[in-house]
Design a protein around this ligand. Structure first.
Ligand SMILES: Cc1cc2nc3c(=O)[nH]c(=O)nc-3n(C[C@H](O)[C@H](O)[C@H](O)COP(=O)(O)OP(=O)(O)OC[C@H]3O[C@@H](n4cnc5c(N)ncnc54)[C@H](O)[C@@H]3O)c2cc1C
Length: 369
């Protein structure tokens, strides 16, 4: 009987797998379940906000790609995993059986549930919310829009600087305050990068409030634990990643933060027919690695090879995460700052390099067919 490979989540690693299946028909049946037909590519998120990239530039159309690869596609959310009985349950209640499953569902936004579904608070995840942010800004009929960005990590910073570029295109003033409970912006980046970005933030008239934590959010005001009161029209929540509860609830081993534990073969430590990649996994002995797309991309070839080898009862190949990788923060207006090992570079050429890498990725996995 034909075996079934179930892919859950259309993240970076699974986009690679879909590409492989399009190019080379497999003997097994493949099903993809992902919450949205469109998978936004986060590397181009800030460029999308400042209108450098269009919707089509930044989106993978998973339905279209699946059709090309004869993959059955469900625009649905997996709400339950039954690893022992090899099935998942969708939000609609439908069950899908599998022989091998692979999870690439990313991470969720760290946000208090009480702030979800509020009209004036938009989380930056799922990334499809970026579209909502742009629409909201277009539709707010104020001469000056007061935006509070929660979180001074890479996403919050890039987004804020991109919004200041968007301000030049809209006939409105955008005032931005960034709030972070930490004592520095970009806490996981080298000091040199922090200093360059701090200077850029200052030049852009963005106000950064460090060591400040949200206490209460009223209809038009945010109050911090130290009593700072900030007026707002819109809050953008960029509070960092957290895990999806489906893994913990399934009875599979998860790390202290709730991410699914896999071994060096990207294989679930309890169920050898379950694999995973990207933000949703925690690799044994490497649970500290950052939740960035780079890892999902680097893991993808190993994930694919190991799934094929598992199907064919061959030995699997170990993936060792790299410690150092190239990181580029977009500073807006086609400029960026790059850090790699001890090297820090800043300017237009850096952005050109980022644009080249990002466009190349989209071309290879989205548009070359
Ligand atoms: C604004 C922003 C900018 C960023 N910029 C960069 C950058 O420049 N470089 C970088 O390396 N990283 C960046 N990151 C981090 C990066 O986005 C993540 O690390 C990366 O997307 C993780 O990839 P992934 O493949 O694990 O999952 P994702 O890309 O998050 O994809 C997961 C997919 O699974 C789907 N899904 C989730 N749950 C379910 C479910 N239960 N059932 C079905 N489908 C589900 C989601 O809809 C989504 O399509 C950025 C993040 C943000 C928020």
């Amino acid at each position: 009987m034909e075996k079934t490979l179930l892919l859950v989540g259309g993240g970076h690693a699974h986009v690679y797998l879909i590409n492989k299946i399009i190019k080379e028909k497999q003997k097994f049946k493949t099903i993809l379940v992902s919450s949205s037909q469109y998978q936004f590519y986060s590397g181009m998120a800030s460029g999308y906000i400042e209108n450098i990239y269009s919707d089509t530039d930044i989106n993978f159309d998973l339905k279209r790609l699946c059709k090309l690869g004869e993959i059955e596609f469900f625009e649905e959310k997996v709400v339950k995993i039954d690893p022992k009985n090899k099935n998942v349950t969708l939000k609609s209640g439908e069950k899908i059986e599998f022989d091998i499953a692979s999870f690439d569902t990313g991470s969720e936004l760290k946000i208090d549930n009480k702030y979800l579904d509020k009209e004036k608070i938009i989380g930056i995840k799922p990334l499809t919310n970026l579209k909502k942010i742009k629409e909201k800004l277009r539709n707010l009929n104020f001469e000056k829009i007061k935006i509070l960005v929660i979180g001074a990590g890479a996403a919050g910073i890039e987004l804020s600087l991109a919004l200041k570029e968007l301000e030049k295109q809209l006939n409105k003033k955008i005032e931005i305050n960034i709030l972070d409970r930490g004592d520095t912006l970009l806490s996981t980046f080298p000091k040199k990068v922090q200093d360059i970005v701090k200077e850029k933030i200052y030049q852009s008239s963005i106000v950064l409030h460090l060591n400040e934590e949200v206490e209460e959010i009223k209809d038009k005001q945010l109050i911090t634990k130290k009593g700072l009161i900030l007026d707002y029209d819109l809050i953008l929540w960029a509070g960092g990643p957290t895990s999806n509860q489906i893994y913990k609830n399934s009875g599979m081993s998860v790390d202290s933060k709730g991410y699914m534990i896999v071994n060096h073969f990207l294989q679930n430590v309890d169920f050898e027919y379950i694999f995973g990649a990207g933000d949703c996994i925690s690799i044994q002995n490497y649970s500290h690695i950052k939740k960035v797309g780079v890892y999902a991309i680097k893991e993808a070839p190993y994930l694919w090879k190991n799934i094929l080898n598992y199907f064919n009862a061959k030995s699997l190949e170990a993936y060792i995460p790299q410690n150092e990788f190239l990181l580029i923060i977009s500073l807006g207006n086609k400029k960026g700052v790059l850090s790699y090992k001890d090297i820090v570079l800043n300017g237009s050429l850096v952005w050109k390099l980022k644009n080249y890498i990002d466009k190349g990725f989209m071309k290879k996995f989205n548009t070359e067919f």
